[in-house]
Design a protein around this ligand. Structure first.
Ligand SMILES: [Zn+2]
Length: 255
């Protein structure tokens, strides 16, 4: 059998995270696929003006792809638009910054390989991009919701409805960069590096965005509680990743 006949082609849905230049005319595209986790794929000729891929490989695009497995990288053979989120997101600076943060976190959670967790992350990111592009929700609320859900899927904790140390859903009170949210009792344990108490209002906001109670988020929460919650989430994410996300510094300036 020839090598081309034996090479494996996969069909999947994907969200374009970003692209990197390759050679004179090609591009490596980083995709979050629905069933195969994060995939790096070569798009041949993608930087030529006459490219068959057109604008379909821009960040935030939701596409159907055909990929051929190579030795190190996949090669993109076909791309079809499912949802064109790029221009609505890029046309609003706040939405664009929020979108960058979603993408950077997604790529950092690259341990998602295949199967159900990849599918869940894909569905969450597609939902967040849809909300950003339709401007249904404030960009900062979308960032907070996506970050909480994605890191929870990754098993990092910071579930705003339970104490990350003892699992109790009662009397949540403290935030620790190391452990996430803690109840009144666990916050007093000296082994945990408690940094600050969390207000009732912030806790409400965190569980509302985590659980998707959007009516409650838009009705009662101020931009102020969204900012405080964002500060806690980004502190926690930095601690877990052991490196800052570049896009979060931009958000801190803008929002
Ligand atoms: Zn506890």
């Amino acid at each position: 059998m020839s090598s081309s006949a034996s090479s494996k082609t996969i069909f999947d849905q994907a969200i374009v995270l970003r692209g990197q230049k390759l050679g004179d005319a090609d591009k490596i595209v980083i995709l979050l696929t629905r069933n195969h986790g994060i995939v790096h794929a070569v798009a041949k000729g993608a930087r030529k003006t006459t490219s068959k891929f057109g604008g379909r490989l821009e960040p935030f695009m939701l596409v159907d792809v055909s990929l051929t497995a190579g030795k190190d990288l996949y090669t993109l053979t076909q791309v079809q638009t499912v949802r064109a989120y790029t221009s609505p997101i890029m046309s609003d600076y706040s939405a664009y910054l929020a979108g960058l943060a979603l993408i950077e976190l997604t790529e950092s959670l690259g341990k998602f390989e295949e199967g159900e967790s990849s599918n869940q992350l894909f569905v969450m990111l597609a939902g967040a991009l849809s909300s950003l592009s339709s401007q249904r929700l404030r960009p900062l609320d979308i960032v907070n919701a996506y970050f909480l859900r994605a890191i929870s899927l990754a098993g990092w904790g910071m579930n705003p409805t339970v104490c990350s140390h003892c699992g109790s859903s009662e009397n949540l009170r403290w935030f620790s960069a190391e452990a996430g949210l803690l109840c009144e009792n666990c916050g007093r344990l000296e082994v945990l590096n408690v940094s600050k108490p969390v207000s009732e209002e912030t806790l409400h906001y965190l569980s509302d965005v985590f659980l998707g109670r959007w009516e409650s988020v838009t009705a009662i929460s101020s931009q102020h509680s969204a900012k405080i919650a964002y500060g806690l989430i980004s502190t926690f994410v930095h601690w877990q990743l052991e490196k800052p996300l570049k896009s979060l510094a931009l958000i801190e300036k803008e929002f």
